[in-house]
Design a protein around this ligand. Structure first.
Ligand code: ATP
Ligand code: MG
Length: 599
């Protein structure tokens, strides 16, 4: 009995290591993402349609800006039929053809198949510079999703200049090898001199409203006021968003990694890959903010020779070097690798797309998380347009509200609009550091009501933008920003500053309303008093003079000159910097001239 038991233990019923070994093999990145398409933002048909548009538009904007060209982008969504069936109306369609056209630099012929049909292939991953794309997955993943759901290839036209021919390609991904398969390639006539057009047919669902392609286009116009967008919705509606700023943002510079931002493993790899022959040269040459002197000090403090070969720094020595670097005081990384939107441009964008009474924008100074520089920007659009206010007043019940009674719009919550490197983020709001910071801000301090754990209430849009060389997204689909302490702190500070300005506006507006009411009452009595004086004096009285004097008194009693002083036109309305106030009389403040005119 004992014997059999030992035998059974020695030979378990399951598979042997040999058998298991035969099943172990490489998983291609395309196979991985085919199974995990939700990681890339293709988890349901509605979101898939948006993600495909977003990836193509991101690339179009990145490429145009990098080439120094003003982005001019066309997005076309068309319902498509299944098989030979005719295309159903947009609301019932389950398949769409997404076409995005740019007037950018184009893509050289030989690169086209890999750009559109190979995952993890791109120009942005290995550099530290702010751009919308980071990973080299975006557009090929959208193509792969299209291929999986409709069997159709990605169709591309690209041309790099007037003297160059336009190339047409149809490509698919070989998911086993993560390599492109070219189904068609030829030169064609194309009316554009330069640019790229990509068409992907995919399973999708079109619905307007929150997190729709329509909302994404509207938000993109806010965060990219230098770009022109033309959007052909699948129901045939065409919306155009002409640029409001005629120049591209300052192009961000590429920087070297900052020592505080790298992990030990990364440093080990850099030590092996460097072109420097000396350790001190590696430190000062391959990192930002390490001078030759500092590099020598680091070597000394780590007990290493400055002239040793970087490749020989391994094991304990490498660990000592890493610890010494982290303990050395270094300047923060340079910030010319960032290109924030800027307060004026945010105001212009908000003003154009969101109607309200008060606007403000705050761009924080650059800060650093894990060695990566970043900038936080916040904007607020508050209130209703004079027309909307008038309509609400006309519709509102004349009698004041009784206790416990509320008007229809009282429950309206602020809309939080989030952006990372100018790209609107429309999904996973509650997982995003920006949204958490909005919830954690005490809006009551600024005269806006707020329930516990909710965004502020009222007719308001809160704009939050993070610009960074590396935005820490919570997943590959780039939908929410991870909650690093340094990032949260900056967002909070920016929200507080914008909130403070809003508070000033609300308080002063309330006061102005009250004073205005008083003045109106005085004016009613002035007529009575003038009439009475006239009767007393038997009609012999300088009526106009008396009225003017009494009006002067009324003005003085209701703020008078002081109110005028409060409205300091020089620094923006109400003395607030970078704010616009819209009243029935027109626009006050820093709205750029072309925005005012083109309203
Ligand atoms: N419209 C375009 N014009 C010019 N180059 C383009 C265009 N679209 C893509 N590219 C090039 O193709 C590369 C791959 O694009 P892809 O969207 O797959 O990755 P990415 O933009 O680098 O990163 P991410 O995965 O974060 O989007 C880009 O890095 C860029 O060099
Ligand atoms: Mg991309």
């Amino acid at each position: 009995m004992k014997n059999t038991e030992t035998k059974a233990k020695a030979r378990p019923a399951g598979k042997s290591a040999d058998e298991m070994g035969k099943q172990q093999r490489e998983i291609s990145v395309s196979e991985f993402f085919t199974k995990n398409r939700h990681l890339l933002g293709f988890d349901n048909p509605r979101k898939a349609l948006l993600t495909a548009v977003k990836e193509a538009v991101d690339n179009a904007l990145d490429a145009s800006e990098e080439a120094g060209l003003l982005p001019d982008i066309v997005v076309k969504l068309e319902p498509a039929g299944v098989g030979d069936a005719p295309a159903p109306p947009a609301s019932q369609a389950t398949r769409f053809r997404v076409t995005v056209i740019d007037h950018g630099p184009g893509i050289v012929r030989d690169q086209i198949p890999r750009v559109f049909a190979k995952l993890l292939y791109g120009s942005k991953f290995h550099r530290l510079r702010m751009s919308r794309g980071q990973q080299g997955i975006g557009i090929s993943a959208a193509g792969m999703y299209g291929q999986l759901t409709t069997g159709k290839p990605v169709k591309i036209i690209s041309r790099t200049g007037e003297k160059q021919p336009a190339h047409y390609f149809e490509v698919q991904i070989d998911t086993k090898k993560n390599e492109p398969i070219i189904l068609e390639k030829k030169q064609i006539e194309w009316e554009r001199h330069r640019g790229t057009q990509v068409t992907i047919e995919l399973e999708g669902k079109y619905q307007k409203g929150r997190a729709s392609v329509d909302e994404y286009m509207e938000l993109s116009a806010i965060s990219n006021p230098h770009a022109t967008f033309t959007y052909h919705a699948p129901d045939g509606e065409v919306k155009s968003y002409p640029r409001t700023i005629p120049v591209n943002p300052e192009p961000p510079k590429e920087i070297k990694p900052h020592p505080y931002g790298i992990e030990l493993g990364m440093m080990l790899k850099m030590l092996q890959d460097t072109k420097s022959h000396w350790l001190s040269g590696f430190l000062s040459g391959d990192f930002s903010r390490v001078s030759t002197e500092t590099a020598e000090d680091i070597c000394k403090n780590a007990g290493l020779k400055a002239h040793m070969r970087p490749r020989d720094v391994t094991g304990q020595a490498a660990e000592n070097l890493y610890k010494t670097i982290q303990a050395t005081k270094l300047m923060a990384p340079p910030t010319n690798c960032l290109s924030p939107i800027g307060e004026k441009a945010i105001l212009a964008g908000l003003f154009k797309q969101i109607k309200g009474e008060f606007y403000t924008a705050v761009t924080r100074p650059p800060a650093v998380y894990r060695g990566n520089p970043f900038v936080i920007e916040v904007g607020l659009a508050f209130g209703k347009t004079p027309e909307a206010l008038a309509a609400a007043a006309a519709a509102a019940p004349k009698a004041p509200l009784a206790e416990g009674e509320s008007r229809d719009d009282d429950g309206e919550l602020a809309r939080v609009i989030r952006f990372a490197n100018r790209v609107p983020l429309v999904y996973q709001q509650s997982a995003c550091a920006t949204f958490k910071a909005v919830l954690d801000t005490t809006w009551k301090n600024y005269g806006v009501s707020q329930s516990r754990g909710a965004p502020p209430a009222g007719p308001m849009a809160v704009f939050v933008h993070m610009a960074s060389v590396w935005v820490p997204f919570t997943s590959e689909s780039k939908e929410a920003i991870a909650d690093y302490d340094e990032i949260r702190k900056e967002i909070t500070l920016a929200l507080r500053e914008a909130g403070r300005r809003l508070g000033v506006f609300i308080k002063r507006r309330e006061r102005a309303h009250a004073e205005n009411k008083r003045r109106n009452i005085f004016e009613l009595y002035i007529e009575e008093v003038v009439g009475a004086c006239k009767r007393l004096k038997g009609g012999k009285i300088a009526e106009a003079k008396l009225r003017a004097q009494l009006n002067d008194v009324a003005k003085k009693l209701t703020g008078g000159q002081k109110t005028d002083e409060l409205v300091d036109k020089k620094a923006g309305p109400f003395g607030l910097p970078d704010s616009i106030i819209v009243t029935a009389e027109g626009v006050e403040g820093d709205a750029p001239a072309h925005v005012k005119e083109g309203k």
